[in-house]
Design a binder for this molecule. Structure first.
Ligand code: CMP
Length: 140
């Protein structure tokens, strides 16, 4: 399988509970490498721009409010089949449906406050990585 890069976000519910290291350990244990990372505070407008694809959804405003409610850690993860592997490690969006041992099964609080985000396809991964990082900030 090809080496891919994917965009990962450790969300405010997780940074607030000091879970950053535990979540990164799960990615690394699965063979993903952190090739870029920064801790930032999004504005609601920036969160809205990032999640533009969900603009028409009923939860959009709540989602943007939440993503701007505290620091997030944005990362580029690299590895073989990184997009699918990251989604496997994260578990289902709703923690009630997430498989045991996944990040969301262990740490997420609700479908909204679900601790992590990961890109869902190669095109979105490329878009989402360039939203947060320049080429110079990614060191494989
Ligand atoms: P994420 O993978 O970041 O992509 C979109 C996010 O929208 C999703 O994780 C959830 O955090 C959020 N989301 C999805 N469904 C709902 C919902 N029903 N209520 C609130 N937030 C939701």
């Amino acid at each position: 399988m090809a080496i891919e890069r994917t965009l990962s976000i450790i969300k405010p519910d997780a940074t607030k509970r000091n879970l950053t290291g535990k979540i990164i350990a799960k990615f690394e244990d699965a063979g993903l490498r952190v090739v870029a990372q920064k801790r930032i505070q999004l504005t609601k407008a920036q969160a809205g721009q990032f999640y533009e694809v969900h603009k028409e959804r009923p939860f959009y405003d709540e989602l943007c409010e939440f993503m701007a409610s505290g620091p997030v850690v944005v990362q580029v993860l690299e590895g073989e089949g990184a997009i699918a592997k990251n989604r496997e490690v994260m578990g289902a969006t709703n923690p009630a449906d997430a498989a045991p041992g996944t990040v969301r099964a262990e740490f997420a609080q609700s479908v909204g406050e679900n601790s992590v985000h990961g890109s869902d396809a190669p095109e979105t991964a490329a878009q989402e990585i360039s939203f947060f990082f320049s080429g110079l900030e990614i060191v494989g």
